[in-house]
Design a binder for this molecule. Sequence first.
Ligand code: AMP
Length: 368
Amino acid sequence: MRIGIIGAGQLGQMLGFAARAHGYTCLFLDPSAKPPAARIGPVIQARFDDRVALAVLADKCDVLTYEFENVPVDALADVADLVPIYPPLDALRQAQDRLSEKQLFTALHIPIPEYRAIDSSDDLHDAAAAIGLPLVLKTRRLGYDGKGQFVLRSTGQVDEAWQDLGAKDLIAEQWVEFDYEASVIGVRSISGDIVTYCLTRNEHADGILRISRAPVEDAGLTEQANAHIRRLLRHLDYVGVLALELFVTGDRLLANEFAPRVHNSGHWTIEGAETSQFSNHVMAVAGAQPGPTGNRGHAGMVNLISHLPNAARQLTAGSLHDYGKTPRPGRKLGHITVVADSAAARDRLIDEICDSVTKSSSQAGTAT
Ligand code: AMP
């Protein structure tokens, strides 16, 4: 079995490691010269919308999947009759547009923050009057890690916000005073079997995930998260891993967005779960049954962003994953996972890691 993976970044790399462990080979497609997944298998160097390259990939592989959600759907649709593509293109299409994503959540009775589609600055004035301020204004398409967003705090900023985000196709969302952010990851096989991982608590800074902790020990929230993700997976006739990002407010969850792919908030599953999200994605798209998703303890994950200091390499606590990328401000270069017997022990390890990594990062010349 050969799996074609569109995108050869760190997610492709970790999918590739999992595929290799299951005896599958991988062929990647990516525009970069030396992407992280080149460590695992050959890469066709081409743009993601290069139809000739996609046709070559489809011809050489038994199944195609992708590691990020901004793959041009139309280009992929052109090769859909040559090879199965999972997750299904319809899921990808809906995830690419925040408006259709929210309409889907609403249709499936998954609670979300109040929102309005914004097609003019007048719409934005109306949304501010109807929903109240602050509002988060987001581009409908191609946003990630908090990019393409503007927090509107006064109506005096309406024109600036509208222009700043490109003056077209936006949505305005109620600002949620959440207690914390969380995510749930689910996997569905071709035959329709579903498994889910525990609810994970996530901390972001500047729109980028910094720390994940699992499990969230709250039966009520876990039940809601499971119900929501199962409904999504079934409705989309989904195959593979799907991640649902949530805001926690009291005993309630509000959905923010879903990602039709393996997700940064599930990296802890490599060491912290019986089967990693990467293994389960690979098995699902290859037509196998998903493996068990139980926890191996209390897991935590710290992202290494902008710098990968020597201190991170020297840590005895935790497993370092170095993606082999060139350091650049804001770039995810690796992560460290810890697994402990208790939540308190896990949190102490995370504190130690953050302390040493932060200290090292603040010294000049530590990036390697
Ligand atoms: P997103 O690209 O939608 O995942 O947003 C990136 C980050 O911005 C989220 O992880 C939140 O920390 C924050 N954010 C997004 N939408 C909202 C909202 N409606 N209310 C409060 N914070 C938000």
